[in-house]
Design a protein around this ligand. Structure first.
Ligand code: ADP
Length: 491
């Protein structure tokens, strides 16, 4: 911190955070950024829901005796919370059993819960009331994705004259523009918002209400999770109908590349691996590959390259490229491992395709963190043929575990993976341009040909494993944004 700069008071609100609740990269970010901000001496507090799964991951935390009264949609909710911590960061879990004590975070069996608007509206409104109760007057409220996007809306629409929030600015982070929190028009009343917000320059999105749009519209500043995605979402191709609004806020829109937590993701210490390893000695990695082949019923073969994916099965992730060109891909001498769950159609298709290649392909349809780690460690190359990718953590984890990424040039993938064609000295993976079968196969063939040149391949592995994507850099970039918000407000 510079001389005569005061530590910031930051309230962070999100719908998931490791190690408590996770469905994707958002959780990794929200689990790592607060401790990194704390390490820079800021006073940071995190608020997430007390889901059923959190009971296990956070351990038994006592329910607050006091409650906060939260006005929402013509009703006053009496809401309790639980107080835990994450590497010294206070974490407050909003405890509303009728909303959060469920099997899933957002839905079950591919179906969203129909009351997600109220579930996450209440999270936002309760987080702000909790700050008041704790006598914590934040300089910045940092809200993530559509589930927390009502924070800037409530601050501007309901609390703008409230003395407690007089000096509170807001940052809204978009981790994925594809999830907009779309609901029918009734949602505004339910969330206690004025129906005049239902217009194209406010929250309306083609006849529905987009909560994400509220965050973009009302936050003091906005960021996405990579510089390239920040540019892409301002174009009609990847702007998902919000590019006009985003362009209108271009001066308040930033790209901050995510970090990767090098303690959580470390092949030298990872307890989930059958053998740990370092960049300076990759014997353990070879052991992990053999163990994984045995675990998944694949042919035991050290020299057949193993390609892996660990992913949500969503059309964003390029699953259809794989499905449509499956047999062509498997004419190559490779094994394929896919860990992922999601869209039922993809689950069915992949199960059928896997059954055609016993001993060469394993498809596992679960969410399983230790298995994901064994796959990052055991595989030789890591596939991310995404249609779009805001940042992507999969490729960063793969780098760290010595699995060479093969990615499509989009969003954060373009910002983190360097192809040998771009720079031989900095190359850490392979990048293909066209979202097409020939595009993917061209990239795959170049990757497999590099695999056969053992010395070059090893160099690339070591370069990736020793790269630094630390959270400290990202945390400093966020602090700079927080300070700019403060100075915008005082100016
Ligand atoms: P997204 O946030 O779009 O899902 P990212 O690449 O940013 O994609 O982050 C995905 C995160 O979720 C990574 O930490 C990855 O290891 C993890 N992950 C994805 N699918 C699974 C799965 N089936 N089992 C375990 N971890 C998974």
């Amino acid at each position: 911190m510079k001389m005569n700069e005061k530590p910031l008071k930051i309230l962070m609100v999100a719908s998931e955070a490791t190690p408590f609740a996770k469905t994707g990269g958002l959780a990794d970010v929200v689990g790592s950024l607060p401790p990194a901000l704390r390490a820079l001496d800021h006073d940071i507090r995190l608020v997430i829901p007390w889901y059923r799964c959190v009971r296990k991951s956070a351990g038994p935390l006592r329910k607050s005796r006091a409650t906060i009264l939260v006005p929402m949609g013509g009703r006053i909710w009496s809401v309790a919370w639980r107080h835990g911590q994450l590497d010294g960061v206070p974490v407050y879990f909003i405890d509303v059993p009728e909303f959060y004590d469920r099997a899933g975070l957002y839905g079950e069996q591919g179906q969203d819960y129909p009351d997600n608007d109220a579930r996450f509206g209440l999270l936002c409104r309760a987080a702000l009331e909790l700050a008041r109760k704790l006598e914590f007057a934040p300089d910045i409220v940092h809200a993530h994705d559509w589930q927390a996007s009502l924070i800037p809306v409530y601050l501007r629409q309901q609390l703008w004259r409230d003395p407690h929030f007089l000096n509170t600015g807001s940052l809204f982070s978009i981790h994925n523009l594809g999830y907009q929190g779309l609901f029918s028009t009734d949602t505004l009343v339910e969330l206690g918002l004025d129906s005049s917000l239902f217009s194209a320059d406010q929250l309306e999105y083609y006849g529905q209400v987009s909560l994400l749009k509220g965050g973009i519209r009302f936050a003091d500043r906005i960021n996405t999770v990579s510089p390239t995605y920040c540019r892409e979402i301002q174009t009609p191709e990847l702007g998902m109908g919000l590019d006009g609004l985003l362009r209108s806020r271009t001066n308040q829109l930033h790209g901050v590349l995510n970090g990767l937590d090098g303690i959580i993701w470390n092949p030298a210490t990872d307890q989930a691996l059958p053998k740990t390893y370092l960049a300076s000695n990759l014997d353990g990695k070879a052991f992990c590959k053999a163990a994984l082949q045995e675990e998944l019923g694949l042919q035991p073969a050290a020299d057949i390259p193993m390609a892996a994916m660990v992913t949500r099965l969503d059309q964003q992730k390029g699953i259809d490229l794989l499905v449509d060109h499956w047999d062509e891909i498997l004419t190559r001498k490779i094994q394929v491992v896919i860990l992922g769950s999601g869209t039922p159609r993809y689950e069915r298709q992949l199960a059928e395709l896997a059954s055609r290649y016993p001993g060469r392909v394993a498809v596992l349809q679960t969410f399983n963190d230790p298995l994901a780690r064994r796959i990052y460690a055991g595989s030789d190359l890591f596939l991310m043929p995404s249609r779009y990718e805001p940042c992507g953590l999969g490729q960063l984890i793969a780098l760290r575990y010595g699995s060479v990424p093969l990615v499509r040039s989009t969003g954060g993938l373009a910002d983190t993976i360097v192809d040998p064609r771009t720079s031989l000295d900095r190359a850490n993976g392979f990048v293909f341009q066209d979202y097409s079968g020939p595009g993917l196969l061209e990239g795959l063939d170049r990757t497999l040909s590099a695999y056969s040149r053992k010395r070059d391949w090893k160099k690339m592995i070591v370069r990736g494993m020793t790269q630094d994507f630390s959270w400290e850099r990202a945390a400093n970039a966020y602090v700079e944004l927080y300070r700019r918000i403060q100075s915008d407000r005082s100016g």
